[in-house]
Design a binder for this molecule. Structure first.
Ligand SMILES: NC(=O)c1ccc[n+]([C@@H]2O[C@H](COP(=O)([O-])OP(=O)(O)OC[C@H]3O[C@@H](n4cnc5c(N)ncnc54)[C@H](OP(=O)(O)O)[C@@H]3O)[C@@H](O)[C@H]2O)c1
Length: 250
């Protein structure tokens, strides 16, 4: 199989949650491959700072402020992206939050925040990106940053977060079938990482535990996995990649 990122050079890639962690690493890597990357996040100033540091690279990075839990904001932002930068070729649904919760006596606001961000935000962004691709005859690529816990439940406190990632697993497959029925050549890929050393994992408190017990990937490892899926020839669709650090217990 010949892997190449050439077909994407100069094209528009939207990366949600580009202000930190996996999204920041992938946005920067796509700029290195010559793409016009639009990074979305609430802390847009972080993306603007990265963009400055990437001046002179073959691609370019732009930041737009969006709260991915706000439907109207997403719809408006996708209109702005197409108008300002051109048709969307790639969408990476990466924005996500983790909150340790339980169902018994659980915090309902945390459940809603997790589902609004990890599931509803992904659904709305995907709808808008596919609409742009279809109107512009673009055989694009949708990538969902899922999780190992979208396929298994290692312990109870992943609770609603794990449920949100199981939803992403289902939505990857239902989208693949929808695209198949529409005879579309748009690809959909789910990437399911184990632990990655990012701000999200710091928020779990696991950094206070030995990393020998919970080894982690680097954000760049997940970004490289996305680039692999993007670089496959037009007849190859990478549907699911699970990528774990060596020594991971689950
Ligand atoms: N770290 C891990 O171990 C791990 C493992 C498997 C899967 N994942 C998944 O990987 C993805 C990225 O996570 P990460 O580890 O890179 O975490 P991170 O460093 O905390 O980054 C999360 C990103 O999501 C954005 N985000 C969160 N809520 C948002 C909102 N309401 N509106 C817009 N953007 C929002 C954040 O931007 P702002 O705060 O600036 O808005 C940030 O850019 C997530 O989907 C996560 O579930 C992570």
């Amino acid at each position: 199989m010949v892997l190449s990122m050439e077909r994407w050079r100069g094209k528009v890639a939207v990366v949600t949650g580009a202000s930190s962690g996996i999204g920041a690493a992938l946005a920067q890597e796509l700029v290195e491959y010559g793409l016009k990357v639009v990074g979305l996040a609430r802390r847009v100033e972080r993306i603007e700072k990265m963009a400055k540091n990437m001046a002179g690279k073959s691609g370019v990075l732009h930041g737009l402020k969006v709260d991915i839990t706000k439907t109207e904001e997403i719809i408006e932002t996708f209109k702005i992206i197409e108008k300002r930068f051109g048709p969307i070729h790639i969408l990476v649904n990466n924005a996500g939050v983790f909150e340790a919760t339980t169902l018994i006596g659980g915090d309902i606001d945390k459940w809603k925040k997790i589902f609004d961000t990890n599931v509803m935000g992904l659904c709305v962004a995907t709808r808008e990106a596919i609409d742009s691709m279809n109107r512009n005859n673009v055989d694009g690529h949708i990538i969902h940053i899922n999780s190992v816990v979208g396929h298994l439940v290692p312990f109870e406190t992943v609770n609603v977060y794990s449920a949100s990632k199981y939803a992403v697993t289902a939505l990857t497959e239902t989208l693949r079938i929808e695209l198949l029925k529409a005879e579309s050549k748009i690809k959909v890929t789910s990437i399911s990482p184990g632990f990655v050393h990012t701000e999200l994992i710091e928020a779990t408190g696991l950094t206070s535990v030995s990393f020998d017990e919970f080894p982690t990937l680097r954000p760049e490892d997940v970004a490289d996995t996305a680039v692999y899926a993007l670089s496959t020839p037009s007849h190859v669709q990478v549907s699911e990649v699970m990528v774990r650090p060596i020594g991971a217990k689950f």
